[in-house]
Design a protein around this ligand. Structure first.
Ligand SMILES: [Zn+2]
Length: 94
C-alpha cells in the first residue's frame, strides 16, 4: 500500500478540486488529468479532452495532500481525499 507521501506526480492519473457536500461529477469542481497518463486514462474509460489535462493542477494537488497528509483519507487502494474548510480534493493514482 503506497502512502500519499511516497506518491510521485507521474503516479497520478487525475486530481479533483471541488466543494464539500456538492456533486463530484465535475459540475461543481474540476478534474485535472496528468498528461503522462492520458492514454492510460482513456483506456480506463475516462473521456479526457485537452482542456481536462493540467499537469500544474495535478502537481499542486499532490503537493497539498503531501503537506496535509495527516488529514488525508485513503478511500481506496489508489484513491485519496482531503477536506480543507469547504474545499474537497481527491486524487487517483495508477
Ligand atoms: Zn454533478
Amino acid at each position: 500500500m503506497i502512502a500519499i507521501e511516497n506518491l510521485l506526480t507521474d503516479d497520478v492519473l487525475w486530481a479533483y478540486s471541488g466543494k464539500v457536500g456538492h456533486c463530484c461529477c465535475g459540475c461543481a469542481g474540476k478534474y485535472s488529468y496528468n498528461s503522462k497518463n492520458r492514454t492510460l486514462g482513456m483506456e480506463r474509460g475516462y473521456h479526457i479532452t485537452d482542456a481536462d489535462v493540467n499537469d500544474t493542477e495535478v502537481k499542486r494537488t499532490l503537493q497539498l495532500m503531501q503537506e496535509c497528509s495527516a488529514a488525508v483519507w485513503k478511500i481506496a487502494h489508489d484513491q485519496w481525499t482531503l477536506k480543507i474548510g469547504d474545499s474537497l480534493y481527491m486524487l487517483m493514482s495508477l
